[in-house]
Design a protein around this ligand. Structure first.
Ligand SMILES: N[C@@H](CCC(=O)N[C@@H](CS)C(=O)NCC(=O)O)C(=O)O
Length: 221
């Protein structure tokens, strides 16, 4: 049975899953669900409605007898089902810390970016400045973590994949990292050069460019 990943051309959560599957060498078919110029995911794909009937969101993964939604849940499945090229560190404590970082990226950092989606017309307004400041504080925390290590949780992990994609979208929405976090900028280069990451991010940037929309400066080649 073919493994299928349902995603969207600008889905940062879908990109997480696609990168992880590529890192693990999983053969899969990528199904891009309908996506309108207003950034709406309509009409919903029937498989998305079947697997994720309440949230109705991508990514969805269908693999043999398993059908799952939510990028973090799919990460856990991929690691169990395809343990080669592990993407969680070894050791209970290190794994717990890595999982926490992956969750913080989605649920502490990224909500600030989502807020900025609706504030693009007035980036000097207090809510936009507050969201950018919250992103900068998070960058500082990650900068501290990268002292003496190349990746957020030690070895390259799901935590790096999730935060890299969140950083791409933060930059698009005006909350990119600055020279204040040089280790983090080096980390971004290191992660961005991985073939699995490039294979997913380059078409996404191509899609943005094809629509005449901005591509982050650090991804303009
Ligand atoms: N927590 C979910 C978030 C998924 C999500 O927000 N998906 C967006 C695309 S990136 C979506 O499908 N939005 C369409 C909608 O909500 O109708 C995950 O990690 O997968």
């Amino acid at each position: 049975m073919t493994t299928r990943i349902y995603s969207g051309p600008l889905s940062m959560f879908g990109a997480k899953v696609e990168i992880a599957a590529r890192e693990k060498g999983v053969a899969f078919e990528l199904v891009m669900v309908p996506f309108t110029t207003d950034d709406a995911y309509e009409p919903k794909h029937p498989e998305v409605l079947r697997v994720n009937p309440v949230k109705r969101q991508v990514p969805v993964l269908v693999d043999e007898e398993v059908a799952l939604f939510d990028s973090t849940q799919i990460f856990e499945y991929l690691e169990d089902r395809y343990p080669q090229a592990p993407l969680w560190p070894e050791g209970v404590a290190d794994r717990a810390r890595a999982r926490q970082l992956e969750q913080q990226s989605d649920e502490v950092f990224f909500p600030n970016v989502i807020r900025l989606f609706g504030l693009q017309d007035d980036m000097q307004a207090a809510p936009a400045l507050a969201a950018c400041a919250a992103c900068a504080r998070f960058y500082d925390e990650m900068e501290a973590l990268l002292a003496g290590r190349d990746f957020l949780a030690g070895p390259y992990s799901f935590a790096d994949i999730g935060f890299y994609m969140a950083c791409v979208f933060a930059d698009r929405k005006g909350a990119g990292m600055t020279d204040a976090t040089p280790r983090l900028i080096d980390w971004r280069t290191r992660v961005g050069e991985r073939p699995a990451v490039r294979a997913v991010v380059e078409p996404m940037m191509g899609f943005l460019a094809s629509q005449g929309r901005g591509v982050p400066a650090f991804l303009q080649r």
